[in-house]
Write a protein of this length. Structure first.
Length: 301
């Protein structure tokens, strides 16, 4: 179980890095073109791996529909809302809004999967929300770089809802398919969903305009944010309840805030630090409690 927690944390850290890199990418590359390139790179990497390491089994219509919904929510809607949102707000504010993901995921898990959160999970969600409030207060008072923060933050919150649904749908699919199969199908479907919009945007964009930095970001998104992070997340949600996985998504804003401060030089205050400490406390609370429970059970067995 400890390994599953580590995989989820690492996956969410990689996801948080995309908040910062996307902020740089969308300044010069159209949103749909950027997304199409990401999932084309991921699909080109994944398809050969699938044929090498897996026996490609037939996916029934119902399972394919669930995989399509994963691509629609966690790939298409999440990427579009996040990328357009970052056009109107800062990367730090984008990271702040994603702090609501643990609570949103737990709420969705209760209504969709009927997962009743334990007291520790509820406390963990509460502590995460307190952390969000601290970071939000600091962000509002110090960050002024957003063009239209209300629009940008609203789009990013819709991206959070999409990501929560993606995590839950992934838990459903993980019962029948391997992480590699799910990641390959979701990436390929995502590339198909973005394709018509990317073709439309290519009227006003030339690949010759891609800088070495942009190419590096696209490769990072395709390889690490998609292939590595998706596989790690799917492996983790097989073992972790959705509401606990939701608490671990609190790593996304930590990663986004730290990296936006480090690489984009966006303001970082004591309030941000306090908020991060609360989120880390929530993660330690649910993961440490689970480890103690497993060790005690093993001793009795």
């Amino acid at each position: 179980m400890r390994r599953a927690y580590f995989k989820m944390i690492l996956a969410m850290f990689l996801a948080g890095s995309s908040v910062v890199t996307n902020k740089v990418l969308v300044e010069s590359v159209p949103v749909f073109v950027a997304s199409e390139l990401r999932f084309v790179v991921a699909t080109v990497i994944l398809v050969p791996l699938l044929f090498i390491y897996e026996e490609v089994t037939k996916v029934c219509k119902k399972e394919l529909f669930i995989l399509f919904l994963q691509a629609l929510t966690g790939v298409f809607l999440f990427s579009v809302c996040m990328l357009y949102g970052l056009k109107y707000t800062t990367a730090l504010e984008g990271g702040i809004i994603t702090s609501t993901l643990p609570a949103v995921t737990a709420i969705c898990a209760f209504f969709i999967l009927r997962e009743k959160p334990s007291l520790k999970v509820l406390i963990g969600i509460g502590v995460t929300v307190i952390g969000l409030a601290c970071i939000q207060t600091a962000g509002v008072s110090q960050v002024g770089g957003g063009v239209a923060p209300l629009i940008g933050n609203g789009l990013i919150f819709f991206a959070v809802i999409s990501e929560a649904l993606f995590v839950l749908l992934g838990k459903v699919s993980a019962k029948k398919h391997s992480p590699l199969v799910m990641t390959t199908f979701v990436s390929a479907i995502g590339a198909i969903l973005f394709l018509p919009f990317a073709i439309y945007e290519l009227r006003l964009f030339s690949f010759r305009d891609l800088s070495l930095l942009n190419i590096g970001i696209v490769v990072h998104h395709g390889l690490f944010v998609t292939v590595v992070a998706f596989i790690l997340m799917y492996q983790a949600v097989k073992e972790i309840p959705a509401n606990k996985a939701g608490v671990l998504t609190g790593v996304v804003p930590l990663s986004a805030a730290l990296l936006s401060f480090t690489f984009l030089r966006e303001p970082f205050s004591f309030g941000h630090l306090v908020g991060m400490v609360f989120v880390l406390l929530a993660i330690c609370l649910i993961s440490y409690g689970q480890e103690r429970k497993i060790e005690h059970h093993s001793y009795r067995g």
